[in-house]
Design a protein. Structure first.
Length: 300
């Protein structure tokens, strides 16, 4: 383990489980898996928000029924709407917030594609509808049967075993995936929080670039620059690097002059900042294949 990795773990307080994901463009990303407690906390927060929304809707309908403004048949409509809210709460927020629900955002975790691609709507729908089979349907049957007192003991045992098997599944696979993640091809990661380390890196660099400047290029241009930087002493490469440096300065509107002796350092700093920026954008589901690709596009 390098000294940088050791210092990183010391600042985190404990070592998180990490996984390396190779994107379709060949960029390797190291992500930190969300802890079990973080996922459970986020889920409980989301359940609380869902319960509050459903309770508010239920009380509104009951007031209307008691006053005779709505027929008793509206209760069935209420139950259906509650079902819709429960199912589409998670889907809506994970679609709108790029893999996050209110609970996940508060805790600081996110759903991403396991292969490094964009988080597709079909994957979000699949992982959340699976939760009905994993938890809500058997738990609802178990609770309703227990309240009625008519459930046969072995039926309760089977339902409890069904619920327990899906809980155990998260603990027995290396990526901590629930059944919905296995089906949808997703994993849940912790969002990067090491702003202090990022600041130290920026201070060590001779040239610092803004996010607006780093949006000028994509993965393809980064790979071309990497190929050039790997062989700076090759014949003719020095001239090419000078031309590339001038072109980048014009593209990103770099106003300060770059001395001839600083061009290689400028390009290395730009490469480091560009790669970190693209990797960070990738974690948020915003991929950019090249400079012609819109920053908001998400191509498979």
């Amino acid at each position: 383990m390098s000294s940088v990795e050791a210092a990183t773990r010391l600042l985190r307080g404990h070592a998180r489980a990490t996984r390396e994901i190779v994107t379709p463009e060949g960029v390797t990303l190291t992500v930190e898996l969300a802890e079990y407690g973080e996922r459970a906390t986020a889920f409980m927060i989301d359940l609380f928000f869902w319960f509050c929304g459903s309770l508010l809707l239920f009380l509104t309908f009951m007031i209307l029924v008691l006053r005779g403004w709505v027929s008793i048949f509206a209760v069935s409509i209420l139950l259906f709407i509650s079902f819709i809210i429960r199912n589409f709460y998670f889907i809506h927020f994970e679609l709108a917030w790029r893999g996050m629900t209110p609970g996940k955002r508060i805790v600081g975790i996110r759903v991403i594609d396991r292969q490094g691609g964009p988080l597709l709507p079909s994957a979000i729908v699949a992982r959340n509808f699976t939760r009905e089979i994993e938890m809500f349907i058997p738990l609802g049957i178990l609770l309703s049967a227990g309240g009625a007192g008519a459930a046969i003991p072995w039926e309760r045992l089977m339902l409890a075993a069904w619920l327990l098997s899906f809980v155990v599944l998260v603990f027995v696979n290396r990526d901590r995936m629930r059944a919905g993640d296995l089906i949808a091809g997703t994993i849940v990661i912790a969002l990067p929080r090491q702003r202090l380390l990022d600041d130290l890196v920026e201070r060590q660099a001779s040239f610092v670039f803004s996010d607006r400047q780093l949006r000028a290029y994509g993965t393809f241009e980064l790979q071309v620059l990497e190929d050039l930087l790997r062989r700076p002493d090759a014949p003719g490469v020095a001239l090419i690097l000078g031309e590339v440096c001038s072109k980048i300065c014009r593209k990103i509107d770099w106003r300060e002059p770059v001395a001839e002796g600083d061009r290689l350092r400028f390009l290395r700093d730009f490469y480091t900042a560009q790669r970190a920026f693209l990797e960070r954008e990738q974690l948020f589901g915003r991929k950019r294949a090249d400079k012609h690709d819109s920053p908001g596009d998400a191509r498979p």
